[in-house]
Design a protein around this ligand. Structure first.
Ligand code: IMP
Length: 192
């Protein structure tokens, strides 16, 4: 079984990924590497930020690894918050404030279409590979549910009537942006 570092400090993402990967490989976190660095996310695309994070770990620790960057892309807001999703309401990366800002900007908007997009950058022995996952849906006008994190309470995926924050994790993982990107990543790793 190969060791693979998931270059994130986000405990929600780690929980999602460890459920999705099961025992297919040995998933390590930044904590396991004793890495408390604030890895720069200064690119202006999801692909760019995922690559920055993964390259940082490969260059510093020489470990096979992957990193994700995720954005909520809202049609009526010309794709915002997008790559700026984490800091949409300010540098302190406060999910409550980020959600409030999106809700405010969406007041009276008829077009509620939005999507979550995740990009993974995987580095195996210095080679880079990218995987994308997208889930389409709609934004509602108030928060619903206590599961999940980030923008989950205001996003209803197409084909469902619950927000991601009202769903059990197993269901979110089955359909989500990160779930789909993970499927592709696992499929690729199996082919190595
Ligand atoms: P990052 O990928 O950690 O930079 O996340 C960007 C922003 O999107 C953060 O504010 C996260 O809370 C939010 N986010 C990332 N993944 C999800 C998700 O699965 N659901 C809801 N919000 C998310």
């Amino acid at each position: 079984m190969i060791d693979l570092v998931f270059a994130t400090n986000n405990k929600h993402k780690l929980k999602e990924l460890s459920r999705l990967t099961g025992n297919k490989f040995h998933l390590l976190s930044l904590k396991d590497l004793n890495c408390n660095d604030d890895i720069p996310e200064t690119a202006d695309t999801l692909e760019g930020n995922a690559a920055l994070k993964a390259r940082y770990i490969w260059e510093k620790f020489g470990k096979n690894c992957f990193a994700d960057d995720t954005g909520l892309e809202v049609e009526a807001l010309n794709g915002r918050p997008g790559v700026y999703s984490a800091r949409y309401a300010g540098e302190e990366q406060n999910a409550e404030l980020n959600v409030s800002k999106v809700l405010e900007e969406m007041i009276d908007r008829k077009n509620r279409s939005a999507r979550f997009r995740t990009v993974f950058c995987l580095i195996i022995e210095g080679r880079e590979y990218f995987f994308e996952g997208i889930v389409n849906g709609n934004l509602i006008s108030e928060r619903r549910g206590n599961e999940g994190f980030g923008y989950d309470p205001i996003f209803i995926p197409d084909g469902f009537d619950q927000t991601f924050a009202q769903m059990p994790l197993a269901l979110k993982n089955k359909i989500s942006h990160r779930g789909q990107a993970t499927e592709k990543l696992l499929h690729f790793l199996k082919s190595l």
